[in-house]
Design a protein. Structure first.
Length: 103
């Protein structure tokens, strides 16, 4: 969540609360802001956006730089609003080595 919020702050996750099954599990609930009237972004738009953020394309939907590997960055997880702005709503992120996260 922290990596997503730093990298894609326009769609930052906010902690809402907990749910679960009594005596069995506890699961956090997170929310994101609604992107109204959005449509899926194209792969070309996603590639351009991720490149502008300093990422290199490794394969379809997978990008990396010297600090992070981001995947599942596909049209189903990236929305375009009516102004053409892109919003990553669901991506997987792993840190590569030691990374300093500035808050």
């Amino acid at each position: 969540m922290l990596c997503h919020n730093i990298l894609f702050y326009d769609t930052a996750y906010e902690f809402y609360g907990f749910t679960g099954f009594e005596g069995r599990s506890v699961m956090p609930i997170f929310t994101q802001k609604l992107i109204k009237d959005a449509t899926p972004a194209t792969t070309i738009e996603i590639d351009t956006y991720m490149s502008a953020l300093g990422f290199n394309k490794m394969e379809e939907g997978v990008f990396s730089n010297h600090e992070m590997r981001v995947w599942d960055v596909l049209p189903r997880n990236v929305l375009r609003d009516h102004d053409g702005d892109l919003f990553v709503i669901d991506a997987e992120i792993t840190l590569m080595g030691v990374v300093k996260l500035d808050f």
